[in-house]
Design a protein around this ligand. Structure first.
Ligand code: PLP
Length: 853
């Protein structure tokens, strides 16, 4: 007998007219940070809300019609709905003053390219820190009402879902998203038709559909190659985030970089500022250069000046091996057809991605050469990046090269728990959000009564414990664990007893993050965890990349420890780390632990989220904590000298970790006063919140990008494009002339050095410069006067410029002179240097050329 065939039928509920704007709310990622909006949906049907992965759009497609009809008549629901709409409309009111957009011109548009964006768990096109940072950047750009557009890829499969089996093996699974359930819609051309663009790969033309997601005020454009008009292989390009081999990777990056530029043009958008967020998107500058060299007939050098002048590149990786790179053969295969249009041959094309020792094409190198604003993501990472990239500016000391930093921040409304927002409104006033970067305002956190502060924390902790218990239970039963054992597992994460010191550790399981450092000395750990009066529980969570075997071993190791009888219930590992779990953990634990191997944590952001919520950080002084720790807002593990072996460093730092836990963290937590909490703890938790919110929120971060990068880039855009790119031509020609002459330029002393003077005396200096066909105005000759430190760095330096004279000495060298009166006393040192200079340069040392006497 023939089996019956099933046909699928989807019946979409009809949203009642009165609730029509629910659709609008579901289609704007504003819900990613507005908790009232999410609660509106969740309360309608908590089960369905969970089942649809907290996706308002998927929810609205599946909810029961009657439920909507009832809600439309329910005064409480309508009341909440109207309040949410009022907030939504206020936020989107274009007449409100902006927080920075005014400084930009009416034609300005910032285009921000990134391979992943983490805006909310219902929109799985992110894997971790980088994506969430990009999401927070967009949210803050919206808060500040910047003219801003994000550009990324719309992956059919986001990052994998993680299960962990009873043995600690990570089981990765991938599911296809239904784009209908995502908060996206096809982007439209000015004429109202769906927007497409295309790129060329060897042997095929890849058609790209452009989608858009609304993120408050701003729009995120997402590219999708999964179209009938593409051959199977090309359809796969946007299939999976960070999936596939290197060929897939380069194709994704070509779609993102080159396709992204064309997509914006297809939509009629004309960015004036371009931001490459991590090297994946660096091909963007190539396409912009190509359009100038092929269509506008520019020399490559001129086009590069014009493009780089308004381009920003942010690097996020502190190890060279972590930077994307491709083999020479692969570059030739994918870009050969491009060479002629760029007016480059193969060798010169390869030079764009060249780094000293490697034959590969490096995306960081390309991004650096194609941008004039470069930054790392914390103070420490900025200087590490200056070192890593020093060969880009070979004659410049790393401390002086153009690599700077803008420290990351996190989006406070997204990560700050509602309970805290309510308390802040009460004690700091409703302007706390508008004045978020005002350090003074945050001193007001001290005015929150200790017991109020503590009770908010405990409320959030209970919520976290509930969520963790629920997840551990599901995980345990799926792994066929017994009921009896579950009680032991959950003993210390009991929502009815939130008085046990709880430490959280959740992040990507990469080896440098040393997730298992805590287990280096189990005897000592046992001593810390097993004081019956002062128990401690550790909650771990995180994913390891499916290709990262050592990372997955960490998961097995933690599982192994957690199963030892003596650690059962005190070491817990929760599977499926994502934004939803992250929000719970960072607002609910007492201590947030981070112990990376210095200086490999470029910034780290989860500790900022925890600190904002009054959790206390216990971290290695690396990344952001290196500039946040003030001795009163948490605990610091000072990194041991990098000159020692990794084993020794880890051993020493583990000792500090144990000592801090045993001598400070545990005693402080359990120093309960009459009120049932430790006043010293609350003091530190308040300090944590008050010191971290104003400095490590994404509004501060984006404002800093605006001031340091976007505004100058926008000005340079005008400067370099006006009068038919006159200045781009000028600067490109000048640089060619300098490059041709520089190897012979030298600096020579013409007088004997004076070693001793009296304060107030004037000093006369004369040097001769072999300019080798350059003219005196092409260079700056300068003297640096300061104190030497032991490591041969000058400090408290004063700079004095030399003036050119008309004199040419017998060797044909130009004589430069200066006269100065030292303002400092003591043992000073001075050094004299010459470097090429042009007022159009973005950074005085961008050519990387300098000669010292
Ligand atoms: C914040 C966050 C990260 C990044 O945290 P780091 O401290 O930078 O490692 C990763 N994943 C999720 C889900 C997050 O919320």
């Amino acid at each position: 007998m023939k089996k019956s065939t099933s046909y699928f039928l989807q019946v979409r509920p009809k949203v009642p007219a009165r609730l029509a704007r629910l659709e609008e709310l579901a289609n704007n990622l504003w819900y990613g940070w507005d908790r009232s909006t999410r609660r509106l949906f969740a309360r309608l049907h908590p089960g369905l809300w969970k089942a649809t992965g907290h996706s308002p759009k998927a929810f609205l497609k599946r909810v029961d019609e009657q439920l909507l009809l009832d809600a439309a008549e329910d005064q409480v629901f309508i009341g909440n709905f109207n309040r949410v709409l009022a907030d939504y409309d206020t936020y989107h009111d274009h007449r409100l003053p902006s927080g920075g957009a005014d400084w930009l011109g009416p034609d300005d548009l910032i285009a921000y390219f990134c391979a992943e964006f983490g805006l909310h768990e219902s929109f799985p096109i992110y894997s971790g820190g980088l994506g969430i940072l990009a999401g927070d950047h967009c949210k803050a750009a919206s808060d500040l009402r910047l003219p801003f557009a994000g550009v990324g890829l719309l992956y059919r499969q986001g990052y994998f879902h993680q299960n962990i089996d009873g043995e600690g093996n990570q089981i990765a699974s991938n599911t296809d998203s239904n784009f209908d359930d995502l908060p996206v819609s096809p982007a439209l051309r000015p004429d109202g038709s769906e927007a497409y663009t295309q790129i060329e790969l060897p042997g095929s033309v890849v058609h790209i559909k452009i989608w858009q997601a609304r993120v408050g005020h701003i729009t995120l454009y997402l590219l999708d190659t999964d179209l009938d008009s593409n051959i199977a292989r090309d359809r796969d390009i946007t299939h999976r985030l960070y999936g596939g081999d290197t060929a897939m990777r380069i194709e994704q990056e070509i779609v993102l970089g080159i396709g992204g530029v064309r997509a914006l043009q297809a939509l009629g958008l004309k960015p004036t500022v371009w931001h490459i967020n991590e090297g994946h998107a660096a091909f963007m500058m190539l396409e912009r250069v190509r359009q100038k060299t092929s269509a506008e007939g520019f020399y490559f050098e001129t086009a590069l000046e014009a493009v780089a002048a308004n381009t920003i590149f942010t690097t996020h990786t502190p190890v060279p091996a972590g930077h994307d790179h491709f083999s020479e053969g692969m570059i030739q295969h994918y870009f050969e057809h491009y060479y002629a249009e760029l007016k480059l041959n193969h060798a010169r094309f390869m030079m764009l991605g060249r780094t000293g020792s490697s034959p590969d094409f490096n995306m960081t190198a390309l991004a650096l050469r194609g941008s004039r604003f470069h930054n790392g993501v914390s103070r420490i990472h900025g200087s590490v990046s200056s070192e890593i990239c020093r060969e880009m500016w070979p004659e410049i000391e790393p401390a002086e090269n153009p690599m700077t930093y803008v420290t990351n921040g996190v989006h406070a409304p997204t990560f700050l728990a509602t309970e805290w927002i309510e308390v802040l409104e009460r004690y700091l006033g409703s302007e706390w959000n508008a004045r978020m970067n005002d350090l003074k305002l945050w001193e007001g956190v001290d005015d929150i009564p200790d017991h109020v502060f503590w009770s908010v924390h405990q409320t959030l902790k209970v919520k976290m414990l509930n969520a963790v218990s629920e997840r551990i239970t599901a995980q345990h039963f799926r792994n066929r664990g017994s009921e009896a054992h579950l009680d032991r597992l959950l003993k210390y994460v009991n929502p009815e007893n939130p008085n046990i010191l709880t430490v959280g550790f959740a992040r990507r399981f990469a080896t440098y993050k040393r997730a298992t450092m805590l287990f280096s000395n189990l005897d000592w750990l046992r001593e810390i965890l097993h004081n019956p009066d002062r128990p401690v529980v550790f909650i771990f969570a995180g994913k390891a990349h499916p290709a990262d075997i050592p990372g997955q071993d960490l998961i097995r190791h933690i599982t192994h420890i957690s199963k030892m009888t003596e650690f059962t219930g005190k070491i817990l590992l929760v599977e499926g780390y994502d934004l939803a779990l992250s929000r719970k953990l960072v607002s609910g634990v007492d201590v947030w632990l981070n112990n990376p191997l210095y200086p490999l944590e470029a910034s780290g952001t989860s500790g900022m989220k925890a600190g904002m919520n009054g959790c206390i950080n216990l971290s290695v002084l690396d990344g952001w904590w290196g500039e946040s720790y003030d001795g009163r807002n948490g605990w610091a593990i000072k990194p041991v000298s990098e000159t020692l072996s990794e084993d020794i460093r880890t051993r020493e730092e583990t000792r500090t970790l144990y000592e801090l836990l045993q001598d400070q963290v545990v005693p402080s937590y359990y120093a309960y006063g009459k009120m049932g909490f430790s006043p010293a703890w609350v003091k530190m938790a308040k300090r944590s919140m008050a010191s971290i919110i104003p400095r490590f929120n994404s509004k501060r971060m984006v404002s800093e990008y605006l001031a340091k990068c976007y505004l100058p880039a926008s000005r340079q855009h005008v400067l370099y494009t006006q009068n038919e790119y006159e200045n781009s031509h000028l600067l490109a020609d000048w640089k060619l002339r300098i490059k041709a002459a520089w190897s012979e330029v030298s600096l020579n002393r013409t007088q004997l050095p004076v070693a001793q003077i009296n304060y107030g005396d004037r000093l006369y200096f004369e040097v001769a410069v072999n300019l080798n066909r350059l003219t005196p105005v092409d260079v700056v000759v300068e003297i640096l006067l300061g104190y030497n430190t032991k490591n041969d760095q000058l400090v408290s330096v004063r700079h004095y410029r030399f003036e050119s004279t008309d004199r040419i000495n017998e060797s044909g060298e130009h004589v430069f002179v200066t006269e100065l009166q030292p303002e400092q006393c003591g043992n000073l040192e001075y050094r004299i240097r010459v470097y090429p200079f042009h007022e159009l340069l973005t950074h005085p040392f961008e050519l990387g050329m300098m000669r010292w006497l």
